[in-house]
Ligand binder design. Structure first.
Ligand code: 0A1
Ligand code: ZN
Length: 877
C-alpha cells in the first residue's frame, strides 16, 4: 500500500543481490592534507590496475561528494575535463589501459562548514574525521567501499601553534617544520584497510600515556588524547583499554598488531565511538569519566565501549566486511565479544539482565515496526540507517546462540579458524557461519535463517507433568510474524535453555539446551519425582518472546528460587506485567485500581531474601518493566493509561514497603572512598531505586531524603539519582535543585547534557512547554549531536508519556526538529524518528496525529536519503 501524494522515490536503493567486485586493484594511496583556516587542500595519489585485463575494459568509477576539484592527473599528467565526467556518485573515466596507472586528485573542502560530521570536520578547535560508512568520499575521490583495501600513507600539514598534534593511522614516519609557522607529520599504516577505517586528527590536545606488553612480549604505547582541561578524565578509559587488550588475548588469543594505539576524544560525534585502525575516535561522552561528573552506568558503559572498539581491531579491521549488508559480521560479533567482556569484568548476572532489557525494549519494537529488517538486510537507501539494534544487538544474540550451540571450546576453535582463514579479507556472514560449521561438524544451514528472516519469533510453551510415569513433557511451538517484504517464514533453529525447579528450589535437571528446529516439538524429561516449576529460556538463550502461561504462584516461587538470575528477574517482570494488565483493565472500565497486596507481599519477601546477598539483582528486580515492555503487550497502546497505572503501582509498592525501603535506603549509604566494585555500585543502585519508590509513596518524605542525598552527594550517581527521583514533580523544591545543578556544573558539557536529559525525560503536565524551553535554552545547540540527543532523543525515546501527549504537540515539535536537522545532520535527524516508526501500534487518535506529522516531513522539501528512507518506509509499509 502507498500513501497518497507520496512523491516518487528521489533516492536510489542499493541491493545485496547486485554485489559485484570492484573491477580494479588498488595498490596504495598517498594522501596529503593541508589544513588552512576556512579551507583544506587534499591531494590523493592512488595506483590502480585493471583486475581482469582480458575482459571488458570497464570504466573507473570513484565515489566523491561535496569537493571543489582543482585538478585531476593521470600518471602525473593533467587530465582534461573531456577525459572524465562527474556523475551523481562521483567521478567516472574510461579505462586507461591494462597497465597500472596513478590517478591524483587535488581538491578543496571546508571542514569548518561540515555539520554532517562525516568526512573531515571541525569539532570545537579540533579537526577530525569520521569515515564509516561512506565519509571518505567527502575527503577525496576513491572507491569508498569496504572490500577495496590498500596501504594508506597520510601527510598532514597545519599551523603549528594552534594545531600542534597531528595524528593518523599506523606509525608516524616523519615530522618537521615548514615555512610560515606550519609543520607536518607523515603517518603510514602497515596494514591494508578499507577507506572507512581511515582517520586523521589535527588539534591542540593533551594526552595521557601508558604501555601494554602483549602476549608475545611486544611493547605497545597507549595514548588517550583530550582537551587539556579534560585530561584528568581519561584515566579510567586507559585502565579499560589495558583490561580489554588483556581479555582479548586470554579469551580469543588475539594480540594487538601495531606499536601504538591512540584514542582521541571529540565533543561532536554522531555515534559513540569508532574503531579506525590504531586511531580510535570517541565521543567525549563515551570516554571521559570522573566520579563527581559521571554515573556508575557511564563508567560501566565506557569500559564496554572501549572494549568494543578495541575488539574491532580483529573483528572488523583485520577481518572486515565485503559490503555494508554484512555489517553484522563485525558488529554482531563485536557486540557479543563486548558482552562477554562486560560479564567477565563485572557482575555477570546484572550485566546480562541489562543486555536482555536492551534487546526487549529497543530491538523488539524495531522488529515490530515498518523498518523491521533481517540481521543481514538485503536493501537500503542510506546505510547509516542500518546501524540498528537489529544489526548490533540481535546480531550479537545470534552469535551468542552459536556459542550456546557449539559450546565454549568449539566456539573458540571456530573463531580461531575464522580469524586465520579470513585475516586480511573482506568477508561475509556466510564465511563466518561456515567456520562455525567446519570447526564443529554441524550443519548450520537452518541457523542461517536468523540472518535472513526479520521479526521476533514467539516460542509458545506448554508443560505437563505425569505423576504416574514421573515424566515432564514440554511442548514447544514457534511462530514468526510477517514483516515488510517477508511472509510465510520457515521455522528457525532456536536454542531454548530449560531448567526444572523442584519444590525445595533445587534444579532437577540442571540447565538443558533444547534445540527447537521444527514448528512444533515435544521434549520429555524422565525421572521427575514431583511436579516441577519450569524455567525456560534461561539466560535469554534466544532473542524470542516466550509465551507460557504460568500461575502467579509459580512466578513468585521462581522470583526467589530460580538459580538463573535472568529468569529470577524475568519472573518478577512477568508478575509486574500481570499487575499492569489488571490495572489497565480497571482503568479502561473506570474502576478503582487494585492495591495489589499479593504483589507487594512478594516484593517484600524478595527484599528480605536478597537484601544482604543479592543487592544488584534486587535493585533490578524492584524496577517495574519499562514502558516499551508494557506497550508491547498492550496494543494499540495508550501511553496515558500506562502512565496512570505505573504511578499507581509505584505508589502502592512504595507505601506497602515503606519501612523496608527506608531500611534499604539507610543500610546502603556509601562509606569511604569511591569504588566501582560490584558491591559499591549495587548499593548506590539500590538506594536510588528505593528513593524513587519512597518519593512515589510520600512526596514530602521523599523530597526530604532526595534533598539531603543531593546535597551530601560524593558521586554523580548519588546526585543524579536524587534529582531523577524528583524530576517529574511539579514543586518549587524540584525547580530549585535543578537550577542549582545547572549552576554547579554549567562548565561541564557532559553534565549539562545530563541536566537536559533529566528534564526531557520528566513526565509533567507542562511537558510540551518544558521541551520548548529546553530547546530555547542558551546552552542548547542544534549542531551538537550529544545536546540534540539529550533533549530530543530523551524526550522521544525515554519519555513515552510525554512524547505521546494527547495534543499531538510532541509529534509536531519533533517533526519541526527533524525538518530542521535534515539540513544540518541527516543521520541524527533520521534517528530521532525511531519512536514514530511504530505509529500504527498506538491508539487511533495518536496514530493519526503521528501519521500527519510524518506526511508533513515527507512534503517538507529536499529530504536527505536518511530521513527520506525512514519516513517513506514508515508510511508505506
Ligand atoms: N563502527 C562503530 C559505529 C559507528 C558507525 C558510524 C559512525 O559514524 C557515522 C560512527 C561510529 C562502532 O560499532 O562502534
Ligand atoms: Zn562496533
Amino acid at each position: 500500500m502507498r500513501t497518497e501524494n507520496a512523491p516518487a522515490a528521489p533516492h536510489k536503493t542499493t541491493f545485496l543481490k547486485d554485489y559485484t567486485p570492484f573491477p580494479y586493484l588498488v595498490d596504495g594511496i598517498a594522501l596529503t592534507v593541508q589544513i588552512f583556516e576556512g579551507r583544506t587542500l587534499v591531494t590523493s595519489k592512488t595506483t590502480y590496475t585493471l583486475r581482469n585485463p582480458k575482459g571488458d575494459a570497464e570504466d573507473l568509477a570513484l565515489h566523491g561528494h561535496g569537493m571543489k576539484v582543482h585538478g585531476v592527473l593521470l600518471n602525473d599528467e593533467l587530465l582534461s575535463p573531456e577525459n572524465y565526467r562527474m556523475s551523481r556518485e562521483g567521478f567516472v573515466m574510461p579505462c586507461p589501459g591494462a597497465e597500472p596507472f596513478t590517478l591524483t586528485f587535488e581538491t578543496e573542502i571546508v571542514p569548518e562548514n561540515n555539520t554532517t560530521l562525516e568526512g573531515l570536520y571541525k569539532s570545537g578547535d579540533l579537526y577530525c574525521t569520521q569515515c564509516e560508512s561512506e565519509g571518505f568520499r567527502r575527503i577525496t575521490f576513491y572507491p569508498d567501499r569496504p572490500d577495496v583495501m590498500t596501504h594508506f600513507t597520510c601527510r598532514i600539514e597545519a599551523d603549528k601553534a594552534s594545531l600542534p598534534v597531528l595524528l593518523a593511522n599506523g606509525n608516524m614516519i616523519a615530522t618537521g617544520d615548514l615555512d610560515g609557522g606550519r609543520h607536518f607529520a607523515t603517518w603510514e599504516d602497515p596494514f591494508k584497510k578499507p577507506a572507512y577505517l581511515f582517520a586523521m586528527v589535527a588539534g591542540n590536545l593533551a594526552h595521557i600515556e601508558d604501555h601494554f606488553k602483549t602476549m608475545s612480549g611486544r611493547d605497545v604505547t597507549l595514548r588517550i588524547y583530550t582537551r587539556a582541561a579534560d585530561s584528568d578524565q581519561a584515566g579510567f578509559g586507559m585502565e579499560a583499554l589495558i583490561q580489554s587488550m588483556k581479555w582479548d588475548e586470554e579469551a580469543y588469543g588475539r594480540e594487538y598488531d601495531l606499536d601504538l594505539f591512540n584514542i582521541v576524544a571529540v565533543g561532536d560525534f554522531n555515534f559513540g565511538a569508532m574503531e579506525n585502525k590504531g586511531l580510535n575516535i570517541f565521543n567525549t561522552s563515551r570516554i571521559l569519566t570522573r566520579p563527581d561528573l559521571s554515573t556508575d552506568k557511564e563508567f560501566l558503559d565506557i569500559r564496554r565501549i572501549v572494549g568494543h572498539e578495541y575488539f574491532h581491531n580483529w573483528s572488523g579491521n583485520r577481518v572486515t566486511c565485503r559490503d555494508w549488508f554484512q555489517l553484522s559480521l563485525k558488529e554482531g560479533f563485536t557486540v557479543f565479544r563486548e558482552n562477554q567482556f562486560g560479564q567477565a569484568v563485572f557482575d555477570a548476572e546484572v550485566e546480562r539482565i541489562d543486555e536482555v532489557n536492551l534487546v526487549r525494549t529497543m530491538q523488539f519494537p524495531e522488529d515490530n515496526s515498518p523498518m523491521a529488517h533481517p540481521v543481514r538486510p538485503d536493501n537500503y537507501i542510506e546505510i547509516s540507517n542500518f546501524y540498528t539494534m537489529t544489526v548490533y544487538e540481535k546480531g550479537g544474540e545470534v552469535i551468542r546462540m552459536l556459542h550456546t550451540l557449539l559450546g565454549p571450546e568449539t566456539f573458540r576453535k571456530a573463531s580461531d579458524l575464522y580469524f586465520s582463514r579470513h585475516d586480511g579479507d573482506a568477508a561475509t556472514c556466510e564465511n563466518f557461519v561456515k567456520c562455525m560449521e567446519d570447526a564443529s561438524g554441524r550443519d548450520l544451514s537452518q541457523f542461517m535463517l536468523w540472518y535472513h528472516q526479520a521479526g521476533t519469533p514467539t516460542v509458545h510453551a506448554r508443560g505437563e507433568y505425569d505423576a504416574g510415569n514421573k515424566t515432564y513433557t514440554l511442548t514447544l511451538k514457534q511462530s514468526l510474524p510477517d514483516t515488510p517484504g517477508q511472509t510465510d517464514k520457515d521455522p528457525q533453529h532456536i536454542p531454548v535453555a530449560v531448567g526444572l525447579i523442584g519444590a525445595n528450589g533445587d534444579d532437577l535437571v540442571g540447565t538443558k539446551i533444547l534445540e527447537l528446529t521444527q514448528e512444533e516439538q515435544i521434549f520429555v524429561f524422565d525421572n521427575i519425582g514431583s511436579q516441577p516449576v519450569p524455567s525456560l529460556l534461561r539466560g535469554f538463550s534466544a532473542p524470542v518472546i516466550l509465551d507460557m502461561d504460568m500461575p502467579e504462584e509459580d512466578l513468585r516461587f521462581r522470583m526467589i528460587h530460580d538459580s538463573d538470575g535472568v529468569n529470577r528477574w524475568d519472573a518478577g517482570q512477568a508478575l509486574m506485567l500481570k499487575a499492569f494488565d489488571r490495572g489497565l483493565t480497571d482503568y479502561a472500565k473506570k474502576q478503582p485500581l487494585s492495591r495489589e497486596p499479593e504483589l507487594t507481599a512478594a516484593l517484600g519477601a524478595m527484599i528480605d531474601a536478597m537484601k544482604d546477598k543479592k543487592r544488584a539483582l534486587l535493585a533490578r528486580m524492584l524496577a517495574l518493566p519499562e514502558d516499551a515492555i508494557v506497550a508491547a503487550t498492550h496494543q494499540p497502546t495508550d501511553p496515558a493509561a500506562i502512565h496512570e497505572v505505573r504511578c499507581h503501582l509505584e505508589t502502592v509498592i512504595g507505601t506497602a514497603l515503606k519501612d523496608r525501603l527506608t531500611a534499604l535506603y539507610q543500610d546502603n549509604a556509601s562509606t569511604g572512598n569511591f569504588s566501582l566494585s560490584p558491591e559499591a555500585v549495587a548499593r548506590r543502585a539500590l538506594r536510588n531505586i528505593a528513593l524513587e519508590l519512597l518519593v512515589s509513596a510520600d512526596q514530602v518524605y521523599g523530597l526530604t531524603l532526595a534533598k539531603a542525598q543531593y546535597e551530601g552527594a560524593q558521586t554523580m550517581t548519588e546526585r543524579l539519582g536524587a534529582l531523577r527521583a524528583i524530576s517529574s514533580l511539579a514543586r518549587q523544591e524540584r525547580d530549585g535543585l535543578m537550577s542549582d545543578f545547572y549552576n554547579k556544573f554549567k562548565d561541564h558539557e557532559l553534565v549539562v547534557d545530563k541536566w537536559f536529559q533529566l528534564q526531557a525525560g520528566a513526565v509533567r503536565d507542562s511537558v510540551i512547554q518544558d521541551i520548548h524551553a529546553l530547546l530555547e535554552h542558551p546552552a542548547f545547540n542544534w549542531k551538537n549531536p550529544n545536546r540534540v540527543r539529550s533533549v530530543l532523543g530523551s524526550y522521544a525515546l525515554r519519555n513515552m508519556t510525554g512524547f505521546h501527549h494527547p495534543s499531538g504537540e510532541g509529534y509536531a515539535l519533533m517533526a519541526d526538529a527533524v525538518i530542521r536537522l535534515n539540513g544540518i545532520n541527516p543521520s541524527v535527524a533520521a534517528r530521532l524518528l525511531t519512536p514514530m516508526r511504530g505509529w500504527r501500534n498506538f491508539a487511533p487518535p495518536l496514530a493519526d496525529k503521528m501519521k500527519d506529522q510524518l506526511e508533513r516531513i515527507l512534503q517538507s522539501g529536499d529530504l536527505s536519503p536518511d530521513v527520506y528512507e525512514v519516513v517513506s518506509k514508515t508510511l508505506n509499509a
